[in-house]
Design a protein. Structure first.
Length: 260
């Protein structure tokens, strides 16, 4: 794609681990549009070493917005893919560096289409937790769903960005329940929480034991985001329990966003 220069800048970054970071990006000379929690922004960087003002060759990728609407910046929570086209250059950026942020923030992976329910079940692997943060922080989510339950996995505990924030939110009341799970626990790792892939905790028996209520399409809406194989496998398992994919004209309980 053709982009001839930056229109935004990185104003801060949090490095959770060596290859996992949150980048805070602010438009320069224009205002961020409003957006709905769950939507994504497109970021782009030059395809070569520097901005190519003549040819404008650039690499663009979508990122779920991890921050809440109404701020002057967007946060994106990103895993570096070592042989990827965009993320190695993105991880070279420091506060003050330029970046291109597409002016339109878009996407259908939002709570707007979902029917109100007793349990809103949010399932994310890796950076797939990003769109859930603004959904969880949105006060209207509390009005529409009896409880919000976040199932979030990565390989090790240090890979779980926002872990402490989600733990603090859970400690703050009974509406939000948090189920982080790690899949490659090291012998020396200090972790007393759940282990194993998310689907292990989303069987009817495991869900009921963890949450005290039934994993039933009559009372639950489910969002799946991140690793595409996880999305496929959890979808298949839930379809066996009569959950149906949500479509605009045919409302169901399963909402999905695959990252690749
Ligand atoms: C709607 C949407 C929202 C997205 N939101 C995010 C986000 O919030 N954070 C984020 O890090 N990525 C997100 N992605 C993925 C992102 O757009 C890029 O594909 C990713 O950053 C890799 O870009 P790249 O150019 O470095 O690698 P590419 O050259 O595009 O290589 C792609 C390969 O990288 C791997 N990969 C891609 N994304 C991830 C990931 N998130 N975690 C682990 N491995 C991955 C896969 O093996 C994939 O085949 C999203 C994708 C979509 C479609
Ligand atoms: N995460 C890291 O620490 C790390 C470090 C260096 C390089 N990388 C590279 O980054 C790329 C992406 O790896 P990633 O670990 O970030 O992303 P990922 O493969 O999507 O893994 C993130 C989480 O999703 C889980 N997962 C993967 N497939 C699943 C499925 N089918 N069903 C349910 N859960 C599933 C993983 O569990 P499992 O552990 O069981 O797969 C892990 O808990 C790879 O190329 C990897 O080599 C990652």
């Amino acid at each position: 794609m053709k982009i001839h220069g930056p229109n935004a800048e990185v104003i801060a970054r949090i490095d959770w681990t060596d290859g996992l970071a949150t980048f805070r990006v602010r438009p320069v000379g224009w205002d961020l549009p409003t957006f709905t929690p769950g939507q994504f922004a497109n970021l782009a960087l030059p395809a070569g070493e520097a901005w190519d003002t003549e040819q404008g060759e650039a690499v663009r990728r979508p990122y779920s917005v991890a921050s809440t609407p109404g701020e002057e910046h967007v946060d994106v929570f990103v895993r570096r893919v070592d042989d990827g086209e965009l993320t190695p250059s993105l991880f070279d950026l420091q506060p003050g560096d330029g970046i291109y942020l597409e002016e339109r923030i878009t996407g259908h992976f939002t709570l707007e289409g979902a029917q109100d329910a007793e349990d809103l079940i949010l399932v994310g692997t890796g950076t797939g937790v990003a769109p859930y943060r603004p959904m969880i922080l949105d006060p209207s989510t509390r009005e529409r769903f009896g409880r919000v339950l976040l199932f979030y996995s990565d390989r090790n505990s240090e890979d779980l960005g926002y872990l402490e924030e989600f733990r603090a939110l859970e400690a703050g009341g009974s509406h939000f329940r948090f189920f982080p799970t790690i899949t490659r626990m090291r012998d020396d790792e200090e972790w007393s929480g759940l282990t194993g892939r998310v689907q292990q905790h989303l069987t009817p028996a495991a869900y009921e034991a963890l949450t005290g209520a039934a994993l039933d399409p009559a009372r639950c809406q489910v969002f799946l985001c991140g690793n595409p194989q996880m999305v496929v496998e959890v979808r298949q398992a839930l379809e066996e329990l009569d959950f149906k994919r949500h479509r605009k004209r045919e409302p169901g309980q399963l909402h999905m966003e695959k990252y690749w």
